[in-house]
Design a binder for this molecule. Structure first.
Ligand code: NAD
Length: 463
């Protein structure tokens, strides 16, 4: 994808300058200084929105899609600039995916039951105002994707975005509001706060205005929302393994894994985060990865990289947040290597922290295995019961089936880069809120609705 860097820089600088200059209330549409004001505004908008038709909802959503495509570059650049994470070209693709493949109102499927006793209809009704907490890794993508699904379901939305990504998330809130109002919808159907904190999050969770909560992030936020006493959807962490066996098209597997694991510097929760390769094809796989843009490190370099990427505390490893989503070339520079590789690969043993920790960095550990049983055991172990995503390259149906059954993930991709699992080069719609813990799976409009039954006895059935 060709980018005019100067042009984008200019737009971003203008946006940032205007944000800084503007009076707080005028800053961005739908963005409030206090959670109390945001809640009041969205509640008012939601009451108004209840009278809107499905066709009107669709008109608003069409405009959100249009503006997202028009402003994808600005959003991508803002996200990278504010968070220091990810790659602009990949973030543009993520926004295009959100705009083109997030389901709208067509996802709401009513059911009709007819018979001797009459007609019963089940319709998917709004929940009301939904409180949504969003991550730093896909700040504007999640806001736009959740907004489309939640509005399609007839709801209003209040966001409490990640504090380190709130400028980008709130720019997306502004975009959604501009799109809605331009399409004849109410102001403030989607709101947020200028400075999100744990206090604003608590106020949002406790407010009687908020009828449903959606957490997209790590285990902490999912736990907190699930203990709120309200209906909650939890989209949590993953650590997706990828297995490559000796029936796979190994050259293609190497290419696909580099594409998936390096995409947006490995920020996506679905991205390949460790690889289990059959010993008899491991060298060929590594060669293919190198041919497709990976850089192989070994020995002392792996240990030095561990000290950069991870922090050890009480014998346990956690991520060094400063390095999340950074370019592979920056890690390599720290090792004294000048390379523009997209992904760093290395061989490790199973229990190495590069295998066990969800790093969200363009670093992929490869572990040699001798059988599918060994590969599956290690992969299931590394996935830590998140039941999020797992991937495999194989032509052996028994291997494909056995791994899918054992790992029990929401997303399971066979013979393709991981992002095929969210509709990029694979069939199916997209989402940036993948709810494994609470079981909604790939969320869409229907996830944000209540099933309501309406019964007519002895009439309206026509046979
Ligand atoms: P994070 O957990 O640090 O933050 C996510 C959001 O939760 C932020 O808005 C943060 O402020 C808030 N938060 C954190 N702890 C909280 C608590 N105790 N109470 C209330 N709010 C709290 O996540 P991040 O670093 O921004 O994102 C990366 C993580 O999110 C990874 O683990 C990744 O796998 C996961 N993720 C999952 C999905 C999915 O669809 N399942 C999508 C994107 C990211």
């Amino acid at each position: 994808m060709e980018l005019n860097e100067n042009y984008i820089n200019q737009i971003v600088q203008n946006v940032v300058k205007n944000l800084e200059k503007a009076a707080p209330q005028q800053r961005l549409k739908g963005v409030f200084d206090s959670m109390t004001d945001a809640l009041e505004a969205v509640n008012k908008a939601y009451q108004f929105y209840r009278s809107y038709s499905i066709a009107q909802r669709e008109k608003m959503i069409a405009n959100i899609r249009k503006l997202t495509l028009e402003e994808a570059e600005t959003l991508a650049k803002l996200g990278v600039e504010e968070t220091g994470m990810g790659r602009i070209a990949d973030k543009i693709i993520k926004h295009q995916l959100v705009a083109n493949k997030t389901p709208g109102t067509e996802d709401l499927k009513p059911t009709a039951l007819t018979g001797d006793d009459g007609l019963t209809l089940v319709e998917m009704a709004p929940f009301g105002v939904i409180g949504s907490i969003t991550p730093s890794t896909n700040p504007s993508e999640t806001v736009i994707c959740n907004s489309i699904g939640m509005i399609a379901g007839g709801n209003g939305v209040v966001f409490n975005p990640h504090p380190n990504a709130c400028r980008t998330a709130n720019y997306a809130v502004d975009l959604v509001n501009r799109a809605i109002v331009e399409a004849g919808g109410p102001e403030n159907l989607v709101v947020s706060v200028a400075k999100p904190t744990m206090d604003t999050s608590k106020e949002m969770m406790a407010s009687p205005i908020v009828r449903m909560l959606v957490a997209t992030g790590g285990p902490g936020v999912v736990r907190t929302l699930l203990s709120s006493g309200k209906k909650a959807i939890g989209a949590g962490a993953g650590n997706p393994p990828v297995i490559v066996d000796d029936t796979a098209d190994v050259a293609k597997a190497g290419r696909d894994i580099v594409l998936g694991a390096s995409f947006d510097n490995n920020l996506p929760c679905i991205a390949e985060k460790e690889c289990f390769a059959f010993s008899n094809i491991a060298d060929e796989l590594i060669d293919s990865m190198i041919k497709n843009g990976a850089y192989m490190i070994d020995g002392d370099q792996v240990e030095r990289l561990k000290k950069i990427a991870l922090i050890e505390k009480d014998g346990k490893f956690g991520i060094n947040k400063k390095w999340v989503g950074k370019d592979a070339s920056l890690f390599l520079k720290e090792l004294g290597i000048d390379s523009d590789a997209k992904l760093i690969i290395c061989e490790t043993e199973e229990m190495h922290p590069f295998v066990q920790v969800e790093m969200m960095m363009p670093i992929l550990a490869i572990v040699r295995v001798n059988s599918i049983e060994e590969a599956i055991k290690m992969a299931v172990n590394a996935e830590h019961g998140n039941r999020h995503s797992a991937h495999i390259h194989s032509k052996n149906i028994d291997h494909l089936t056995a791994f899918a059954k054992a790992v029990e993930t929401t997303i399971f991709v066979k013979n393709a880069p991981s992002y095929a699992g969210i509709g990029a080069g694979g069939e199916g719609y997209t989402t940036f809120t993948i709810a494994g813990p609470t079981g909604e799976g790939l969320t869409a409009a229907h996830s944000f609705t209540r099933a309501r039954r309406c019964v007519m006895v002895d009439g309206l059935h026509i046979i």
